[in-house]
Design a protein around this ligand. Sequence first.
Ligand code: BEZ
Length: 231
Amino acid sequence: MFLKCELKVWKMEEKEKVEEKKPLLRLGETAPDFEAVTTHGKIKLSDFKGKWVILFSHPADFTPVCTTEFVAFAKINNELVKRNVKLIGLSIDSTFSHIAWVRKIKEKFGITIPFPVIADLDMKVANLFGMIHPGESATAAVRCVFVIDPEMKLRAMIYYPLNVGRNMQEILRLVDALQTADKYKVAAPANWRPGEDVIVPPPATQEAAEKRLQEGYECVDWFLCKKKLPT
Ligand code: BEZ
């Protein structure tokens, strides 16, 4: 009974420690740099400056949902490379565990995992990025996706719980939308897919609003206008 109480206090203290360390990352800020040991050797986030980076975490090696996600991430890797995106995985497991798991994935699915996987045993990167959500687990990362641009700015964050795998098509769509928005200074409407019309930034002045409907866009009203992009 006494031991049970002590264990409960220890668990609460650990949870508080995680909460204390958890930074609030905000979109538009520079992603915190880190150095980490991975299945491809040591890396620093800043090594990939000039590329987009998708840093994603998974709760644990040799677990079913994570295995389906790893296969799925590997399958979209070529599409990500075409978009100048470097994929980096992470979990709070050892390099040996990662190596054994990626070898098992190769054996069972015939898929080579082409991206490095961070062995974050001391939770340094997980704490830096707020990947530990104690309400889900105090010892495993939730399913995070951080989209980091070539200037190392955090451009999007997705968090999924332990029991739901992520949608790879949405991750590709998000990258396409961010890159299109940057290139053409436009915005992507709900459910936008590449090739579809994009939103023209709404006018910022009354005078510009007066002119908007005469500018040749397809408008619902002055504040919601779309245009085609060059093909
Ligand atoms: C999974 O990947 O299947 C999993 C991992 C951690 C908790 C629950 C499920």
